[in-house]
Design a protein around this ligand. Structure first.
Ligand code: FBP
Length: 567
């Protein structure tokens, strides 16, 4: 296969890591934890994995009593001291780890850096014992239950270091939630001698990882389960998880494209560009791209919901900005539209819910099955959009928002509103438009240095949690706005992030999804600046492409969201 120059050069990029992960390590346990809400219910559902302590991975000076007690080699246990440098080098603690067979699964949508999680995991396992093996389950969680796998050898891993995509083993959206699936998993793991599984996924996949960990503990089958926080959407974050991997790269790719469009708009001065950005539910991607590029308008779904806005009100706000710019002779601009918007407009959400019920279990769609209000709204939508709303749901029962062309809907409605305003003498400009949807352009991009480093560290962290016998944990790396050497690696019990939510009509334990925080600094920054951005021509920012080689202030910066949140 022919490779690009960057691909060849980048293979030898050595990801930066927290210094604590470099040598011999010790797992330092914190206080016992509680779930974010619904403690009694979560505790009852997860009797074995509830309340576990948070873990921090620290450098082991190799001389503490505990380490010597845990040390697996006899010779080492007999030692009085092994704390001097030369002793540390000879120390058998790491090399004395038993060989392990571990399975890894990529779950859900692609996110840049997944290959580095796997290479970090592989290197971590091999460093502990060169006879350890890593098996990749093919095509996502279904690979585990169908017994479809491949052994990931050093040769394979080397081809994928620092590359984008999930193609090393593929991904999928099969839900792991039924007992028969868990039992099938045990069977397959036993055949391969696998004693730990790493699930790289978003909130739903990590919830399922926890359910699996709990089940395997109950069954005492000797299989640990560790999760890793993935999703470009950026909505898997909380007190312990600063960001999910892939968000950084995806936002940088989209911001480059938005910046390029803004330069074009500012040059030709003839188009309004409506740009829809991926992010199934939360608006983190749209918000981050707005912070990076300063567009004229950025819609935030969470704000729409908080203000209970109607579609008509959103359209009115856009039309007013278009008219104000036109009055200044500026018949061009940029509008960022979050992919999930449609579900945050109260009336649309109600319609979608009715449609979900109507379409459940593959039923034929009949518009007369809708309530009077929902039917009226459905029939008022442009035909194409109405059709898109009735398309197949994903395996989690969600409407596939990436298939709904909200940007076109807004263009059509804003156009109509401007025509009315023109007739009433309130607008004299021109409204020529272009529409864009950025999603797939960024999901498999070559990971930014931030994501390459973060992901490799997550993989190494997962290997340490496995070696420490942990299960029901998510690998974490924190302190991410500091240089990588100062990052803090560890593990957080997945139950700590859970609450009870209604899903498909039933209360279920799930990891709380992080929507844009209206009181948070990133959103507040947008609010403080958006009026200025709406009417100006010289506030656009043009970030340019991701840089991999060069000064650290160009190549290693985290997202604006992360910087503002941790300022
Ligand atoms: P995950 O939540 O699985 O990470 O997926 C994120 C995402 O990229 C969303 O932004 C988007 O709505 C969805 O996947 C699209 O998925 P698909 O390509 O499977 O339709």
């Amino acid at each position: 296969m022919k490779e690009s120059a960057l691909q060849i050069a980048h293979r030898s990029y050595a990801p930066k890591m927290p210094s604590a992960l470099r040598g011999s390590v010790c797992l330092k346990e914190g206080e016992r934890t509680e779930s974010v809400a619904d403690q009694a219910a979560i505790k009852e559902l997860f009797p074995n994995t509830y309340g576990l302590p948070v873990i921090e991975i620290v450098t082991d000076d190799c001389c503490c009593e505990r380490k010597r007690e845990q040390c697996c080699c006899e010779k080492e246990r007999e030692r009085e001291h092994c704390c001097c440098e030369s002793e540390k080098e000879q120390c058998q603690c790491e090399n004395g780890q038993a060989a392990r067979n571990v399975g890894v699964i990529l779950s859900g949508g692609q996110a840049p850096g997944g290959h580095n999680v796997i290479s970090g995991l592989y290197d971590g396992l091999k460093r502990m014992n060169k006879d350890s093996k890593l098996y990749g389950f093919l095509g996502g969680p279904s690979g585990l239950i169908e017994g479809k796998y491949k052994e990931l050898t050093g040769e394979i891993i080397d081809q994928y270091r620092n590359t984008g995509g999930f193609d090393i083993i593929g991904s999928g959206r099969t839900k792991l939630e039924e007992t028969w699936q868990f039992d099938k998993g045990i069977e397959v793991c036993k055949q391969l001698g696998i004693t730990a599984i790493v699930i790289i996924g978003g909130d739903d996949s990590n919830t399922n990882a926890c359910v699996l960990a709990e089940y395997y503990l109950q069954k005492q089958c000797g299989i640990q389960v560790i999760g890793c926080p993935k999703t470009i959407d950026g909505d898997l974050k909380n007190k312990m998880i600063e960001t999910s991997f892939g968000f950084d790269t995806a936002c940088k790719v989209y911001s480059e494209l938005i910046g390029n469009i803004q330069r074009d708009a500012n040059s030709a001065k003839k188009y309004w560009h409506f740009i829809r950005l991926m992010g199934r539910s939360a608006s983190h991607i749209a918000l981050e791209c707005a912070l990076q590029t300063q567009p004229n308008i950025c819609i935030v779904s969470e704000e729409v919901e908080a203000k209970q806005m109607t579609l008509g009100e959103i359209v009115e706000e856009i039309a007013q900005v278009v008219a104000q710019r036109a009055a200044k002779g500026l018949n061009f601009g940029t509008v960022l539209v979050p992919e999930g918007l449609i579900e945050f407009i109260p009336a649309m959400r109600a319609l979608i819910q009715e449609l979900n019920d109507l379409l459940a279990d593959g039923k034929e769609f009949d518009v007369n099955g809708l309530s009077a209000g929902a039917k009226q709204l459905y029939e008022s939508l442009p035909e194409a959009i109405a059709k898109q709303l009735t398309m197949d749901r994903d395996p989690h029962g969600n409407v596939q928002v990436s298939l709904i062309e909200t940007e076109k809907l807004l263009i059509e409605m804003v156009g109509k509103r401007l025509a009315e305003m023109k007739a009433a003498g309130q607008y004299t400009g021109k409204f020529a438009t272009q529409h864009h949807f950025f999603g797939y352009e960024g999901r498999c991009a070559v990971p930014s240095n931030f994501d390459a480093d973060y992901c490799y560290s997550l993989g190494q962290t997962a290997s340490e949690l496995i070696a420490g016998g942990k299960t029901g944990y998510m690998a974490t790396v924190r302190n991410l706005t500091r240089p990588a050497e100062e990052w803090i690696a560890g593990g957080v019990p997945i139950t700590m992030m859970m609450n009870m939510e209604r899903r498909n009509g039933k209360m279920k334990p799930v990891i709380q999804k992080a929507l844009v925080d209206m009181k948070g600094k990133p959103y507040q920054y947008l609010v403080a600046h958006r009026e200025e951005w709406a009417l100006s021509t010289d506030t656009y920012i043009f970030p340019g492409p991701i840089q991999y080689y060069g000064p650290t202030e160009v190549c290693d910066q985290p997202t604006c969201t992360l910087k503002l949140e941790h300022a």
